[in-house]
Design a protein. Structure first.
Length: 635
């Protein structure tokens, strides 16, 4: 009927395998990283008390029947008839093993008959001891734990033979409904199931009434996996890269993380509240970094605070939309293009070959005419950004973005200006760090120190930073991005920006699929993403400014209170001029409008405004925000 079922389908459980403990930067318990491999354990290493408890509630006549318990089936049929529906299954341990390994879980007569027939054959091939061993190594215990080894490690950080009687009682109740009765489940459900197991054992005289009473109050607490599940997953991946999978699987280490548990809790709170108020299935992520050290102070990859295969903070890749634009403008400044230079956002078309024409459009298909580079960034003007990228060249920008921390593909061409290449939230936040630090890009760091099993030796993870942008270009880009928060696409943050030195940029992708905001102060860079896992339009108004920016603000209100900072430092290589904003040239005394603008020394315009008379005006004052048109923000 089937090939000989192998015993010990997985490696035998070795000794000395334990979880990795993770503490935050202040020494507070964050969580643990348990071993994840599946191991096989002989029935001798499964506590006899656990075997008794499982058989009591799952198959009390296991050693009497030959795979099918006809007495139990008859009792189940009577119960089902009285209830008028399928209530009891009457399946034996052998039948459960057969169903889990070879059949579907459909509750049909045909499946039950096939299951019974296979169980009878199975018991001819294997002894009761072998079947019970296979059962304990194959049965599902919830939360991704298959087999008693993974279950004992996950819930109690123990090997099976180390389990006490209270822990055995909890685990014995799980197979009936792993999602409901696992030790991490609702306490009321777990306690209810524990009482059923104890009553059944007492009815079978496996424990005395006194022992039952003692176990009812037994403090069999689990060892929680802890908080910040996606942060822990990232630490595990980095440990594997540094130490190898075998060392991580053996565990026993203690890791001091860069995480700040206070900021992590706040991040989880505001992200959950900010996203859940919009739509039940909507998801989000938040990453906060110290731009000087690269320390990842908080990272949330799921609004429900659960760990799953999608790590939206560190590994999921999405299009950043206009959140990529600050890097293009910073690259342009490095090329000698100035913040006061004038650009036209008149429509333009590009031939992509094979008869395909691409026409970039602005948000709402509106046009502003001629804008300075500063105004174009504040307005998030798509057409001008494409023209700027064309001016500096796609290969040059891809190289520049790589130095900033983003790996982009040049084959996307000029559409890179609109954020069409996918990035991770962590990488995008890291790419903003040079803007906050005067051009120094800090490598994202989640691990500060790793201690060995005896905590006698350790490995440090020093901060690493590289100068990737001139201090002048970083400062001027920041000054332009300040205006985004006061009069631009994130003007909802105007009050916050008046109280704190900060800058940032919104991002909204085509058809309102992704909403981003990445913003920073001199000592914090935080990024927020909101969207659906399966790219779906959030509807008109689902923009970075309306959706992501408010979440960023609520988090940063808490974060800046704990880490106050001054303003961004102006380098000596920056000069300022009073310009006529209509020409972008140095203003004269008779110019009706005057605007202070910053320049990298040597790039400032020399020719004065040709439209008005009077002497040229020079100023060193900090620039005021430019008067911009109010209205719906472009993406």
């Amino acid at each position: 009927m089937w090939a000989q079922e192998p015993l010990g389908a997985y490696p035998n459980l070795p000794t000395g395998v334990s979880s990795i403990t993770v503490l935050d930067s202040k020494g507070r318990y964050v969580g643990r990283i348990p071993p994840q491999k599946r191991y096989w354990v002989s029935i001798d290493r499964v506590p006899a008390f656990l075997q008794q408890a499982v058989l009591a509630v799952e198959d009390a006549r296991f050693y009497e029947h030959r795979g099918v318990d006809y007495r139990s089936i008859a009792r189940a049929v009577v119960t089902d008839v009285l209830k008028g529906k399928l209530v009891q299954g009457g399946s034996t341990i052998t039948q459960q093993l057969i169903k889990n390994k070879f059949l579907s879980s459909a509750r049909t007569l045909d499946r039950k008959l096939k299951e019974a027939d296979m169980a009878l054959e199975f018991e001819k091939r294997y002894s009761k001891r072998q079947i019970l061993e296979m059962y304990f190594n194959e049965i599902y215990f919830g939360n991704g734990a298959y087999g008693i080894v993974q279950a004992a490690r996950l819930y109690f950080d123990k090997s099976p033979e180390e389990l006490n009687e209270g822990e055995c009682i909890l685990l014995a109740g799980v197979p009936k409904n792993p999602s409901r009765y696992n030790p991490f489940g609702k306490p009321a459900d777990v306690v209810l199931r524990r009482e059923i197991v104890l009553k059944r054992m007492a009815d079978l005289h496996l424990i005395t009434p006194q022992r039952r009473l003692a176990l009812q109050t037994h403090g069999a607490g689990t060892r929680p996996l802890g908080q910040a599940p996606h942060y822990l997953a990232q630490i595990r991946n980095q440990l594997i890269g540094r130490l190898g999978p075998d060392a991580v699987e053996r565990g026993g280490m203690e890791v001091i993380a860069a995480l700040d548990l206070d900021l992590q809790k706040k991040a989880e709170e505001v992200l959950r509240a900010g996203v859940k108020r919009l739509a039940p299935k909507l998801q989000g992520a938040l990453v906060c970094m110290d731009p000087a050290s690269g320390d990842v102070l908080a990272a949330v990859g799921d609004v429900d605070g659960v760990q799953n295969a999608i790590n939206r903070a560190f590994t999921s890749r999405r299009q950043p939309g206009s959140a990529i634009k600050p890097l293009i403008y910073a690259a342009a400044l490095e090329k000698g293009i100035t913040a006061g230079s004038i650009w036209s956002d008149a429509p333009v078309a590009y031939d992509r070959g094979n008869g395909r024409i691409w026409k970039p459009l602005n948000y709402g298909n509106e046009h502003f005419g001629e804008l300075s580079l500063r105004q174009a960034l504040v307005h998030s003007d798509n057409i001008i950004t494409v023209k700027v990228l064309e001016s500096i060249g796609v290969p040059g920008f891809v190289d520049f973005a790589g130095r900033m921390g983003l790996s982009l593909r040049s084959q996307n061409g000029l559409s890179l200006a609109l954020g069409t290449d996918e990035v991770t939230l962590k990488d995008l936040v890291q790419a903003y760090t040079p803007l906050a630090t005067g051009g120094m890009r800090a490598e994202a760091r989640t691990i500060l120190r790793i201690y060995d099993r005896r905590r006698q030796s350790w490995t440090e993870s020093p901060a690493a930073a590289t100068q990737v942008l001139s201090p002048a270009a970083a400062f001027i880009t920041t000054q332009m991005l300040k205006d985004v928060l006061s009069t631009g696409t994130a003007k909802g943050l105007r009050a916050f920006s008046k109280a704190h030195a900060c800058a940032g940029k919104t991002g909204t992708t085509d058809n309102y699929v992704d909403a981003w905001f990445v913003g920073y102060t001199p000592n914090l860079v935080t990024g927020v993403w909101v969207g659906y896992d399966q790219p779906t339009s959030g509807g008109k108004g689902f923009t970075g400014g309306a959706i992501a920016a408010p979440i960023w603000e609520r988090f940063m209100e808490k974060a800046v209170a704990a880490r106050p900072a001054g303003d961004f430092s102006r380098p000596d290589s920056v000069v300022s001029l009073a310009i006529d904003p209509t020409t972008g040239l140095p203003a004269r005394q008779e110019c009706p409008q005057k605007q202070d603008e910053f320049y990298i020394a040597g790039t400032e315009p020399v020719e004065s405004c040709p439209l008005h008379g009077g002497e040229p005006i020079r100023a060193e004052a900090a620039p005021d925000s430019l008067p911009l048109t109010e209205g719906d923000p472009p993406s």
